[in-house]
Design a protein around this ligand. Sequence first.
Ligand code: HEC
Length: 122
Amino acid sequence: MRLPGLIAALLVIAAGQAQAADAAKGEAVFKRCMACHTIADGAPARVGPNLHGVIGRTAGTAPGYTYSKAMAASGLTWTPETLDSYLTAPRNVVPGTKMSFPGVPNAAQRADLIAYLQSQSE
Ligand code: HEC
């Protein structure tokens, strides 16, 4: 019966990929966001809200920023999981969002990006 060994091997591979998320690489991916977002603590909003501390934040609640009704009413909390879906296809997850960005299609780049967002949320 070789199945348990195979499953164990797949789990090890999956864990290795999860650990491979790299905040330094994510900082480079974040350049795509910087036209519209700041991330330093206390930096002003641009076209989009400041993203410092976004992990753990309720969507649509950065002080002093006017969100779309869609984002304010989304009921989302930003976790690595919700960010991963949102950043894949923002308008599928929050229809009516005013974030005019198509998304980051590459899963590994998204994982790095989210690791970077996490590093700016501690
Ligand atoms: C063209 C401008 C633009 C780009 C590029 C952009 N965003 Fe946004 N983003 C916005 C706007 C505008 C909003 C507010 C959306 C709303 O209110 O519907 C937003 C909202 C968000 C939110 C929700 C924040 C909150 O406080 O609820 C997250 C998270 C986010 N963006 C992440 C990113 C990331 C990560 C990138 C880069 C991969 C990115 N955005 C690229 C304009 C942009």
